[in-house]
Ligand binder design. Structure first.
Ligand code: ASP
Length: 339
């Protein structure tokens, strides 16, 4: 744990929980965007690199992990949730910032969105360029994230994601570019607002959702993603059923359509008690809810506007909390519709 240089004691207290990622990445070649090592720079150094933080908040920094987020694990999610819960319970903490890799940021955001009842803002930030690169985006993203975390306006808006001067809802945001600094978008909704220096403006409030918070699992059910495309086989689905998966999300074509071969395999999986949820591989839009939810070809639970990886997070948490949902498509559909 380390503190920033001499901030005013009247400033809000913001905790920075670091998990790694490119924001903590370093490279021998500042001009290269691909040749670098993620998760090498300690959080104390990330904070020290942004002296302006001392004008915004009293920062406390904690190194929760140091990983490339492509290697995210349920164990790390559990640790992170515990640290968020701990700091949320401290009466004088104004907000929490989590530094994260961009690759699975949207999944962690969804996980925290669905599990954390934090009364103060929880803001995830990241960077597309390593800390040592030319025009690194991490320092400004960190400063903006702290500004949002310290802002009373950000309270009650759920888990937020701040990058590239934009504020997104953790539920809605997704990474949509391999390398650009404006890689993060919220396809269904657009951003919640923006940050311009000290000026923070929320242009809308997050959509109201009916879903209750779900517990952080101690045991995680096996839930996998399969993809519908031209001429799929059924071997992957059959193998997953044999391996004992409890849920499958299908990254379906278009508005949730599934190739007939895959649909037949998924219908058999559903008949064997596996929860099957249809999301779309298109990247935007809502998957229509079928009028009948019997486990027949093409009539599986709709993920709504959740992309396949976000739908998987919800399915994981839902099945962990209530394994009976796997054989109750009506209740599972209601949960997704409320999410
Ligand atoms: N692979 C990196 C990570 O997700 C990418 C990044 O942070 O931009 O940790």
């Amino acid at each position: 744990m380390s503190a920033s240089p001499s901030p005013s004691p009247t400033l809000p207290r913001v905790v920075v929980l670091a998990t790694g990622g490119t924001i903590a990445g370093s490279s021998g070649d500042p001009a290269s965007s691909a040749q670098y090592q993620a998760a090498t720079v300690p959080v104390s150094q990330l904070v020290q690199a942004v002296p302006a933080l001392a004008d915004v908040a009293r920062i406390e920094a904690e190194q929760v992990a140091q990983v490339d987020s492509k290697d995210m694990t349920f164990g790390l999610w559990q640790t992170l949730a515990a640290r968020v819960a701990y700091w949320c319970a401290q009466p004088d903490v104004a907000g929490i910032v989590i530094t994260h890799g961009t690759d699975t940021l949207e999944e962690t955001a969804m996980f925290l969105h669905l599990t954390q009842p934090c009364p103060v803002p929880v803001v995830i930030t990241a960077a597309m360029r390593p800390a040592t690169s030319l025009s690194a985006d991490g320092p400004l993203n960190l400063l903006d994230a702290v500004r949002v975390a310290a802002s009373a306006d950000a309270r009650g808006k759920g888990v937020l994601v701040v990058l590239n001067q934009q504020i997104h809802a953790g539920r809605d945001v997704t990474k949509a570019h391999t390398s650009a600094v404006d890689a993060f978008v919220s396809p269904a909704t657009g951003p919640l607002g923006y940050v311009q220096d000290a000026y923070i403006r929320f242009t809308r409030t997050p959509a109201r959702r009916g879903i209750e918070l779900l517990p952080v699992p101690s045991a995680w059910p096996a839930v996998e993603i399969v993809v519908s495309h031209a001429q799929p086989g059924r071997v992957a689905v059959d193998a997953l059923v044999s391996a004992g998966v409890k849920g499958m999300v299908v990254a379906a074509t278009g508005n949730g359509s599934v190739h007939e071969t895959l649909a037949a395999a998924l219908a058999d999986a559903a008949g064997a008690g596996v929860a099957v949820v249809r999301s779309s591989r298109t990247g935007a839009g809502h998957v229509s809810i079928p009028s009948r939810l019997a486990p027949r070809a093409g009539a599986f639970v709709s993920a709504g506007d959740l992309n396949p990886w976000k739908a998987r997070v919800l399915l994981l948490l839902a099945l962990a909390a209530d394994p009976g949902l796997g054989v109750d498509a009506g209740r599972l559909q209601a949960l997704f519709a409320a999410s």
